[in-house]
Design a protein around this ligand. Structure first.
Ligand code: AKB
Length: 318
């Protein structure tokens, strides 16, 4: 059996900073190469190999991959939905070129056997069934981020069918975490609300109180990612992105849950341009194909997650 050598692109980000730690535990610290366009936190930089690397520089990237005999790549670098709307063409270029660079390298370098690339609930749009959105359905995203994710899924499927590349992907719901702040997403209100509850006792929410979207606590998302990557290839029927359900919540749900811990916490609703993005995304997701192919069920609901988020963020902010 070959020894795995893993490359993480975007190791300083919200998913990358937690996935790097989990993969270093699984494969051994010296086998997980963390990279990002910017410096990462101390635990990532000092806990194993780390290098500043720009995924858009395909020559540097291929040298790095060959030199370090990389067998698996996790491409996590991306411009998220809210930020992408501010500079649509740049966001499209970054989100698509990074994926195509990695797919082309996987095609050319024999040692690279497996790739992970995150898709998102953003692949769906206003014409998609909103409740229990199925795996296969109408997909007409109206955000540039969603268009890029949908195109990315098609590219993944194309490279799988044409070149036999083993590429796996999840349509992540909104991810909630305390280690590294998300940046520029529409579901990020559900992270900000915890920070502001502790720091200011008040939160100004950019999404309406009763707008539902699916969410998942980061430890569950990390488990899902590793479970998908561990699954025998022959068991996987989807070569674009697997639906990942999580739990559906609206801002008022987070507010009510936080109030159980911080009774004086107040909230004000001031929806901005991200409301239209949220309105175009599913309220809830049907993950029956995911369950059938590799059996994942998330564990952490809003009340458990809120206790952990508040206590971890208190430590952080102190
Ligand atoms: C975003 O809000 O842009 C992301 C996502 C759902 O993909 N968190």
């Amino acid at each position: 059996m070959s020894v795995e050598r893993i490359l993480i692109i975007g190791a300083a980000g919200q998913i990358g900073s937690e996935l790097t730690i989990a993969l270093r535990k699984k494969f051994g610290a010296d086998r997980v190469y963390a990279t990002d366009i910017k410096m990462a936190e101390k635990d990532i930089v000092e806990g194993g190999p780390f290098q500043v690397l720009d995924v858009m520089n395909d020559k540097m990237l291929i040298h790095f991959i060959i030199r370090n005999k990389i067998t698996q790549i996790y491409l996590l670098a991306a411009v998220l939905s809210g930020n992408a709307e501010k500079l649509p063409v740049q966001a499209w270029n970054i989100n698509m070129e990074s994926l195509l660079n990695v797919l082309e390298i996987a095609r050319m370098v024999d040692k690279v056997k497996k790739i992970f690339w995150p898709s998102s609930i953003a692949v769906f749009g206003p014409t998609t069934q909103k409740l229990k959105t199925p795996q296969l359905t109408v997909m007409e995203p109206t955000t540039v981020y969603g268009i890029a994710k949908l195109a990315g899924e098609r590219w993944c499927s194309y490279y799988h069918h044409k070149y036999g590349i083993d590429i796996r992907s999840l349509r992540y719901p909104g991810l909630i975490s305390y280690k590294t702040e998300a940046g520029g997403g529409t579901t990020d209100y559900a992270v900000e609300i915890y920070y502001d509850a502790i720091a200011h006792g008040h939160y100004e929410c950019f999404i309406e109180k009763d707008t539902y979207m699916p969410f998942m606590f980061m430890p569950d998302a990390i488990k899902a990612t590793i479970a998908l990557m561990d699954r025998k290839r022959s068991k996987l029927s989807i070569h674009s992105g697997y639906n990942l359900a999580g739990f559906s919540y609206c801002p008022e749900d987070f507010y009510n849950e936080i109030k159980k811990h911080i009774p004086d916490f107040t909230i004000e609703y001031k929806p901005d341009f991200r409301q239209a993005i949220a309105d175009s995304w599913p309220d809830s997701i049907d993950d029956s194909v995911t369950k059938k192919d590799w059996g994942f069920t998330p564990e952490c609901d809003i009340s458990h997650m809120t206790s952990i988020m508040l206590s971890e963020m208190k430590k952080k902010l102190n």
